[in-house]
Design a protein around this ligand. Sequence first.
Ligand SMILES: Cc1cc2nc3c(=O)[nH]c(=O)nc-3n(C[C@H](O)[C@H](O)[C@H](O)COP(=O)(O)OP(=O)(O)OC[C@H]3O[C@@H](n4cnc5c(N)ncnc54)[C@H](O)[C@@H]3O)c2cc1C
Length: 405
Amino acid sequence: MRLRVAVVGAGPAGLSAALTLQDIGHDVVVYEKRPRVGGKCFSVPAHSMRADMGAIAVAPCSKVAGLAARMGRPLIEFNHDDHPSLARLDLEPVFRNSWELARVAVDLLRFEHHYRDWRRRDVRGEGAQLEDRVSLLEYLEMKKLSRLSPILRAFLSGYGYGFPETTPASYFLAYYDVPRPILLRIQKRCFTIDGGYDALWRDVAARLNVRLSSSVVSIIRGDPCIVETDLGTEKFDKIIFACPPDELKMCLDSSGEERDLLDRVNFVSYHSLAFEGRGLLGCCVHLPDWCRPEQAGRPMLWYRPRDADFCQTWSIAPPEMTKQTVERCIRDSATELGADIGVTISHRAWRYFPHFPLEASAAGARQQVRSWQGRRNGFFVGEIFSFASAEHVVGHAQALMHEFF
Ligand SMILES: Cc1cc2nc3c(=O)[nH]c(=O)nc-3n(C[C@H](O)[C@H](O)[C@H](O)COP(=O)(O)OP(=O)(O)OC[C@H]3O[C@@H](n4cnc5c(N)ncnc54)[C@H](O)[C@@H]3O)c2cc1C
């Protein structure tokens, strides 16, 4: 049966859900409150190039890479020198010492075993597990894998997913399929979207019925679902929620249980900064020593596109730290690394990585939100229903649409 479906939010999750539904043969309307699509995929002009201030990295053979191929949008290589995108600088001693390297390799294989075991239990839908009750750091200690902590720390914090001291281990395991091929040396290559990550979402949106600058202000799920925007009211058979949890809270006809869980979602204050300069480090570099709560504000990940005379850095800072302080901290750190810093091209502060803190995670919050699917004809995609990366939300949205429609 051909259904009329509304999608709230034109980020990667909403647009992937909408495209999948349209492919299946349904009528889809996407509502987007901003005048642009792409959500946290957002690029700005930087000299003759574009700097991605939101999502940037695409894994090969991933769902996003598949979508880019379908849209005819080329990928370009993220790493452009001989070094893999693996932690360097502070970790150089590890990689120079072959004995230590062998021990790390063995521990990675042991971690792989635990990851596969967790994945099996998670897919089976088992309730809150050890991995939901302890932080990543505690988990590594319990499994006698502490040698891995500087490397995993770089991959967790560098990409904005909090610090291993406080992030539940289950979040790292949910995300591990992205760094895994690089860490296990299955493949070293990583890509980005030519023309900026948001260009991909404009390509996808061009095939869909997207209403820009139309914010959904209230929703009544049921039969029919009633959607109220600032431009009027419409009826649909089904509705897909694809907006961040704090924005979802404002428009959803939530039950007590839904409201309670949405209230417990935490965010990380994640900064992305692009600046001009000379003597800038090349390629993609992780800076694990600065991936620590006490170093908050320092850059943790650093990237210079091929032949560019600008650089991009990412940093987690406490929410109370001002943009000026973070910027000063990043600039001082870049100078320490030997760079001669010029003007700032762009600085964005994001409310990032919506996640349940340890206490809620231990009580089964991650598993509980999964049971919301299909309630009163409402479906949920996006970061708290999968994981905070474009790769994960796209894969999850596509799979969910095929499962229920
Ligand atoms: C600095 C940074 C770096 C990142 N790096 C990577 C990376 O390298 N690789 C990767 O895979 N991912 C990365 N990510 C994560 C990735 O961008 C997000 O996980 C992804 O964008 C989430 O998609 P989404 O559709 O769930 O949500 P969003 O992208 O947040 O989109 C939600 C959309 O809903 C809209 N909306 C909200 N409320 C309403 C409403 N009431 N009515 C209508 N519309 C509404 C918003 O305007 C927005 O467009 C990064 C993110 C940031 C911020």
